[in-house]
Design a protein around this ligand. Structure first.
Ligand code: PMP
Length: 384
């Protein structure tokens, strides 16, 4: 042994490089760095230390429904849903995943193939989240295959992905396929009060959530599924066993501490924004949306989906929705490919075709740092 430098500190990576006035501003991904400011302010309340001897076993809870779920993580998730009121948890099975991306695949596995053994069709109304087609098809599975826009589907049976609020356009969605044999997966990555008024405790068959967009801890790679049917939940657990032999315990413990800090911020400490994640994020998002709407209105060449508002049972007042992405359309003569046009203006976005629609619209992340967002606003304002 030896030879290495034992005095060198291990420091975490910093993520994307900061933007400078000359650099390209990259708002292609929904990298939720907006939340760093909040977590800077919570100090030790959201910090965990894991000694070298801990979390070594593969197993978490052999007596629970799912052997790789950390009970503390499940407990804080259920507590959070009860606090926010966005999903029913009683009577639901709980499955953890490496991001909701893994759970999405586990759900496809659990619901496939079709009854006659042929690949199950997977659909979602356009514009749909760009990962749905790529993640569904990348292994060319014989169990399921992507069939595109749910509104154009005319087969017998399918899995419909219902993303609400919708990535990319922020729309509030219900399933569109009306078939008795059809199945749904509700992707609730953004069904949190900073993005949308909470109107009901949802109670669908499979509901997917992620810490990535709830608290901003995308790097923790942790999501969860609430599943009504025990057999479907068991198949999802089986997928996790085959795919990654469970889910990082370290991540679950960290997420449990983070979610505990969120719940404590509402239930224990005095009501101040420094402790209230959803209020912090709602205010930040609302500020950004009003800046963006003013800039777009002044530009004369861009447009956005209309603002929507509604009564939020969590905030107990009427609130305006603040979607996580701006779905920006361009009406300037001669601009066919908006993604390419914005790239020439040093703004990286994701173009409509990746979401199953035309090239004159792009998706722009609203969740990045203040610097990146302000740079984006400045550049949009200067395009004539
Ligand atoms: N669903 C939607 C709609 C998303 O936007 C994202 C992240 N961009 C995910 C799922 C996946 O999130 P993660 O794997 O980080 O949990």
């Amino acid at each position: 042994f030896g030879g290495g430098r034992s005095d060198r500190e291990i420091v975490p990576s910093k993520g994307k490089p900061p933007v400078t006035p000359e650099s390209v501003v990259n708002l292609d991904h929904g990298d939720p760095t907006l939340y760093e400011e909040f977590w800077h302010g919570t100090g030790d309340r959201a910090t965990i230390v894991i000694p070298g001897w801990q979390t070594m076993s593969y197993f978490s809870d052999l007596r629970g429904f799912c052997w790789f779920v950390e009970p503390g993580f499940e407990r804080e998730v259920r507590r959070l849903h009860r606090l926010v009121g966005n999903a029913v948890v009683d009577g639901y099975y709980f499955v953890a995943g490496t991001g909701s991306t893994q759970l999405f695949q586990a759900a496809l596995y659990a619901l496939s193939p079709a009854a006659d053994g042929t690949p199950m069709s997977v659909v979602s109304p356009a514009p749909y989240y760009s990962s749905y087609p790529s993640v569904t098809n990348f292994l060319s599975s014989a169990l399921y295959r992507w069939e595109g826009d749910a509104n154009k589907f005319n087969g017998d049976t399918c899995i419909e992905l219902v993303c609400s609020p919708n990535n990319p356009d922020g729309g509030i969605r219900k399933a569109v396929i009306k078939s008795n044999s059809g199945k749904t997966i509700h992707d609730f990555a953004y069904n949190w009060p900073q993005y949308t008024p909470i109107t009901e405790a949802a109670s669908h068959d499979i509901m997917l959530f992620t810490v990535s967009k709830c608290t901003g801890h995308a790097g923790t790679r942790l999501g969860w599924a609430l599943v009504k049917d025990v057999e479907v939940a068991q198949k999802m657990v089986k997928f996790m066993e085959l795919n990654t032999i469970g889910v990082s315990k370290d991540s679950q413990l960290r997420a449990a501490k983070i979610l505990k800090a969120v719940c404590d911020g509402y239930e224990l400490s005095p009501a101040k924004e420094a402790n209230r994640l959803f209020h912090f994020a709602q205010r930040k998002m609302a500020e950004r949306w009003s800046k963006l709407r003013a800039t777009v209105a002044a530009s004369g060449i861009f447009s956005l989906p209309d603002e929507v508002s509604g009564y939020c049972t969590f905030a107990k007042e009427i609130v305006t929705a603040n979607p996580p992405f701006a779905w920006l359309r361009c009406h300037k003569d001669g601009v066919q490919d908006l993604e390419a046009f914005l790239r020439e203006n040093k703004i990286v976005t994701r173009g409509g075709p990746k979401f199953g629609v035309d090239e004159k619209v792009v998706r722009v992340s609203m969740l990045d740092t203040d610097d990146a967002f302000n740079m984006f606003i400045g550049r949009i304002a200067s395009i004539k």
